[in-house]
Design a protein. Structure first.
Length: 272
């Protein structure tokens, strides 16, 4: 399977050819398998749920594994803090079958990963783990902020970053960054000129319970079906509990029988 799915060089070649790249954030094997069946190019999967089952479900999709940042998550029970922590985590996920590694840590940590030949995905624009500095808003709507995004892009390109999530920036700024950098720009609310268009499965399928972003688009509203499944699940659990409470479960057909003579022999033995 590894040799059938794209590598970093293939994604770079798609950018050079001007091909559009589709990308989804998935969090379950069912979502990953559906994305693979639909021919989605790239998947973003958090490290905390990325395992052999998820890699198998992802099929031929290129998988970006999210390395948790500071207090936003952990690896082996501890937050990632040092370059060695990140490197250890990236190599762990690489062994499972990760293709690239999201890292929003400092440049020096990103460089260590790049220097060890790991495809690194950075972040530009609205960066959730840095939200205290910007608030939840579009970033790059002024000259100074757009210049800062460009400097950030140049720095990441210099240290060898492979791709970057380009989140909630003006479309013309996104176009400039995409066209003037070798970095693969994974656009999320960054306009149609980004190299990839990246959405969360919960938004695409309409079952997200969090705030729906402006760039989100619902292609199927699965919320009613999923709620119906959950309602049926709860009803089944309630019926099971009631059956246990009133002694209706387990019945004879749910139990293993023993012949009378064998049980009598057992009882005689234990009563000696």
């Amino acid at each position: 399977m590894y040799h059938n799915r794209p590598h970093a060089e293939d994604i770079r070649a798609m950018k050079k050819r001007g091909e559009k790249i589709s990308m989804l954030y998935v969090s379950t094997p069912d979502e990953a398998a559906a994305a693979a069946a639909a021919g989605i190019h790239m998947l973003s999967i958090e490290g905390k749920v990325f395992d052999a089952e998820m890699r198998e479900a992802a099929g031929d999709c290129f998988v970006q594994v999210g390395l948790p940042y500071g207090g936003w998550g952990s690896f082996n029970g501890r937050p990632l803090a040092t370059a060695e922590d990140y490197l250890r985590a990236a190599f762990h996920y690489s062994a499972i079958g990760g293709d690239a590694y999201y890292c929003s840590a400092s440049y020096d940590i990103q460089k260590v990963l790049c220097d060890n030949h790991l495809p690194v995905v950075g972040h530009i624009g609205l960066i959730p783990s840095y939200i205290t500095w910007t608030g939840w808003r579009a970033v790059g709507k002024t000259r100074d902020e757009a210049l800062e995004l460009w400097r950030h892009t140049q720095m990441m390109e210099k240290i060898g970053v492979f791709a970057a999530e380009l989140e909630v920036v003006p479309d013309r700024v996104g176009k400039f960054l995409s066209e003037n950098s070798s970095i693969i720009m994974l656009g999320m609310g960054a306009g149609k000129y980004a190299d990839a268009q990246y959405l969360f499965t919960e938004d695409v399928c309409g079952y997200g319970k969090n705030h729906k972003p402006r760039h989100g688009k619902i292609y199927r509203n699965m919320a009613p079906q999923l709620q119906a499944v959950q309602d049926e699940r709860i009803a089944a659990f309630k019926d099971f509990k009631a059956d246990v409470d009133n002694g209706g479960y387990p019945a004879a057909e749910h139990s293993v029988a023993i012949q009378d003579d064998e049980f009598d022999a057992f009882m005689k033995t234990v009563k000696v």
